[in-house]
Design a protein around this ligand. Structure first.
Ligand SMILES: NC(=O)c1ccc[n+]([C@@H]2O[C@H](COP(=O)([O-])OP(=O)(O)OC[C@H]3O[C@@H](n4cnc5c(N)ncnc54)[C@H](OP(=O)(O)O)[C@@H]3O)[C@@H](O)[C@H]2O)c1
Length: 321
């Protein structure tokens, strides 16, 4: 397993980050424990979760993914300091007006709740899940600065921020001497490129902001199990995948990945991961897995030696400029 610096920080993260959005949703506790055990055994030292996971499941108040990770940590499956735990806040965790958002009030409450669920005394990377237009950025950054000084959080990052806003946040941190966003978690894969590549990519490279893309397999589409004119696979993700990725260019990307995969005796999913990691801006790809078999297959993508020429050929299939 290769470890890369998270942007300009000194923190080293595995090039595969284990996403845990499935925990408490399509992966129960036992399956989640098995996935975490295997990820660590294969060299992964980086887990991503969020307080809201899996609040969309009926009857679920949210926080279950963090709870499962917390129980796993408490059982001593790994030494706490060997794992970088990233979580997020912003989404609704209750029905009250202050049960969501990026205000000082909510963030401080949300950190305490995440720490309790994770059964830990520190969050390694605390990410703003998406922008809150009602909370001033300086209020958010000052609250994060206090949380870092209080030892509850070590690094801070953001997710789903547009470039102008990340630039503004970096500027506020600079002029007000506050902690800065050291990572960005964008939606980025071979069939969803422009949103990140247009302005965020050069910004992150220039400012040393670590990039940790989510949905690197496009929710399962870039595994080859979604095909033209065939029934959708049995997956809770299928309708989302269909509306987002099942178009002419998406299928062309799967075809091109399949050709590259044959050359490397690899799978489509593995080459999709290799394509992402061939990008120098990317620190780690946040993958999702319901089973140990899925995880094991996808993680091997970090070892596929994609050549520059192969990356260029894949780029050409989903060119957006
Ligand atoms: N910041 C944000 O707003 C945001 C948004 C989304 C996700 N995330 C983070 O990113 C993580 C990953 O996102 P994602 O789940 O969309 O990532 P993904 O890696 O693109 O998709 C994962 C899904 O693909 C399928 N899959 C995975 N490996 C497979 C394999 N080898 N063969 C066949 N199917 C396979 C599984 O779904 P099926 O088995 O159901 O097909 C799995 O749930 C999440 O867990 C979360 O931590 C963040």
């Amino acid at each position: 397993m290769e470890y890369r610096r998270l942007g300009r920080t000194g923190l080293k993260v595995s090039t595969i980050c284990l996403g845990t959005m499935q925990f408490g949703w399509t992966a129960d506790k036992d399956a989640s424990f098995a996935v975490m055990d295997t990820a660590v055994a294969l060299g992964c030292n980086f887990f991503d979760t969020a307080d809201v996971y899996s609040r969309w499941v009926e009857g679920n108040p949210g926080g279950v993914s963090e709870q499962i990770i917390g129980e796993w940590l408490a059982q001593g499956h790994v030494r706490r300091d060997q794992i970088i735990i990233a979580t997020k806040a912003r989404g609704p965790m209750g029905d009250g007006p202050n049960d969501q958002g990026l205000s000082r009030h909510h963030l401080i409450n949300a950190v305490e709740a995440s720490l309790r669920r994770l059964q830990t005394d520190v969050i390694d990377l605390y990410q703003m899940h998406s922008f809150d237009e009602e909370a001033p950025l300086d209020e958010t950054l000052r609250a994060l600065d206090d949380l870092v000084r209080a030892g509850k959080v070590r690094y801070v990052g953001c997710s789903n921020y547009p470039a102008w806003l990340l630039t503004k946040a970096l500027w506020i941190s600079d002029v007000q001497r506050l902690v800065r966003f050291d990572s960005l978690q964008p939606h980025y894969n071979l069939v969803h490129r422009a949103e990140f590549e247009r302005e965020l990519l050069p910004l992150c490279l220039d400012q040393g902001v670590g990039v940790i893309p989510y949905s690197p397999l496009a929710g399962g589409f870039l595994t080859g199990k979604y095909r033209r004119d065939t029934p959708l696979p049995d997956s809770a993700r299928a309708s989302g995948v269909r509306s987002r990725y099942m178009h002419k260019q998406g299928f062309a990307a799967v075809d091109a990945l399949e050709t590259a995969a044959q050359a490397h005796e690899a799978t489509i999913a593995q080459v999709a991961i290799a394509w992402l990691l061939a990008n120098p801006a990317v620190s780690s790809a946040i993958i999702g897995a319901n089973t140990v078999a899925q995880l094991t297959e996808t993680m091997k993508g970090a070892d596929v030696p994609l050549t520059a020429a192969e990356k260029t050929q894949l780029d050409a299939v989903t060119e957006w400029k």
